[in-house]
Design a binder for this molecule. Structure first.
Ligand code: AMP
Length: 419
């Protein structure tokens, strides 16, 4: 038997109701904050990710699913959505009429990481991105929107951690200080960190190898190197968050794995995730659009790990697994034609109706209705057709009521409304 690819997974129908509910809650909330959906392809030219995410990042160095297509063109399954959204913003000149755009997008990402709990090679993200606004109040509102979503989805112990990564004016001084510090500690660093030290020294701050963590314990901290503009910006983000009642942890060591971040950077950690405790991450990336050849445009956004969100929400898959309102039990050959019409009418009227068109006995049909946890069973036999009324059995109370077949869907709707 052919199995699925390692690190990939199926989302089975029992869980799908919860996934849909999470998605719809996000869409509703983001829409109310003025965001519109954008759908971008799953595959792009490799160059797009190499340029935007940056050489010297784990994603570009080790994790991308890249292949040459039949004409030898290098293509990559997207490891994240921001680069594609930025490409679309530039390519379609979405800035032309109004440079301010707020997008969300939901879909699968691909990274060839080591699979473990909470880490897959195909996983889903919910992204929100704002272009054209450099106000720190936007950063604050975006983090507020994110934590509001997590609260609506009953995510336990969600806490935002924030930091500022500075800008091209002040980051070089920090990098220099970091280089000087790590020169002393070099022999205690892992191979990756030693290699990256000159290329991308910020990454040394979030290496998970214990000896690196130890070696980096007294390293210089970014917020101490911010220029006046960056410091004011960071302070205003914090004030905005306080005004909105969002409780945050200032985490001076927080850096993110992607090159394009500037100024505000954040992660949300939650309970129940173990080692992989980040449920979302994001920040400002004011340089990305110009790096990709667009007009200088400030931007800020986040990505939520959809799979992790579903794993930790206190909402249960069982509660969101839809059960039939009505199970139609057609008894006898003649009643099946009538049941076809009747059950279709019920479905058309928005009533979740299950029917299997089998010629099983009433007993085995009732068993199936029970297993599906149907709210009502409609028993339709020849005598019911003759009398023009069918029995509707409430599976909870066991009460049976005859319902005239004329105008049936409307009558059932009423009964369901009362039940
Ligand atoms: P990133 O794009 O790396 O900033 O990740 C944003 C969020 O996506 C993380 O906080 C995780 O919740 C989620 N995420 C990242 N990588 C994976 C993965 N391999 N499997 C599952 N979720 C992931």
């Amino acid at each position: 038997m052919i199995q699925l690819i390692r690190g990939f997974k199926d989302i089975l129908p029992d869980e799908a109701g919860l996934w849909q509910m999470v998605e719809q809650t996000a869409i509703r909330l983001f829409t109310d904050f003025g965001f519109k959906e954008i759908r971008v392809p799953l595959m792009e030219h490799t160059e797009l990710f190499a340029r935007s995410i940056g050489e010297g990042t784990d994603i570009v160095e080790k994790e991308m699913y890249t292949f040459a297509d039949r004409k030898g063109e290098l293509l990559t399954l997207r490891p994240e959505a921001t680069a594609s959204v930025a490409r679309a913003y530039i390519q379609h000149k979405l800035y032309a009429v109004d440079p301010i755009r707020k997008f969300f997008t939901i879909g699968p990402m691909f990274r060839r990481e080591r699979p473990q709990k909470g880490r897959y090679r195909q996983f889903y993200q919910i992204n929100a991105e704002v272009y054209g606004i450099d106000s720190p109040l936007m950063d604050a509102q975006l983090i507020f929107m994110l934590t509001t979503l997590l609260a609506r989805l009953s995510v336990p112990e969600a806490r935002a951690h924030i930091n500022s990564l500075g800008c091209p004016a002040c980051r070089p001084q920090f990098k220099e200080a970091l280089l000087a510090f790590t020169a002393e500690a070099e022999d205690r660093l892992c191979e990756d960190c030693r290699r990256r030290r000159t290329q991308n020294p910020l990454r040394l701050l979030d290496c998970k190898v214990p000896t690196c963590r130890e070696a980096m314990a007294g390293a210089p901290a970014l917020p101490d190197f911010l220029c006046d503009d960056c410091r004011d910006h960071f302070e205003a983000v914090k004030t905005g968050l306080r005004d909105l009642g969002v409780d945050v942890v200032i985490d001076k060591r927080l850096v993110r794995g992607l090159d394009y971040y500037t100024r505000t950077t954040f992660e949300v950690h939650a309970g129940g995730l173990g080692a992989q405790s980040a449920v979302a991450g994001g920040g400002r990336y004011d340089g990305l659009i110009s790096t990709l050849g667009g007009p200088a445009t400030p931007a800020v956004g986040f990505a939520i790990g959809f799979d992790r969100l579903v794993e930790i929400t206190a909402l249960s898959a069982a509660d969101h697994d839809k059960r039939p309102d009505i199970f139609v039990a057609a008894l006898g050959e003649a009643s099946r034609a009538a049941a076809l019409k009747l059950s279709s009418d019920l479905s058309m009227a928005g009533i979740l109706t299950e029917i299997d068109f089998s010629s099983k006995s009433l007993k085995s049909l009732m068993k199936r209705a029970d297993r599906l946890q149907a709210k009502f069973v409609l028993m339709l036999g020849e005598s019911e057709l003759e009398s023009g009324a069918a029995m509707l059995r409430n599976m909870g109370t066991k009460e049976q009521i005859p319902v005239p077949l004329e105008n049936f869907a409307a009558r059932v709707k009423e009964i369901l409304g009362e039940a």
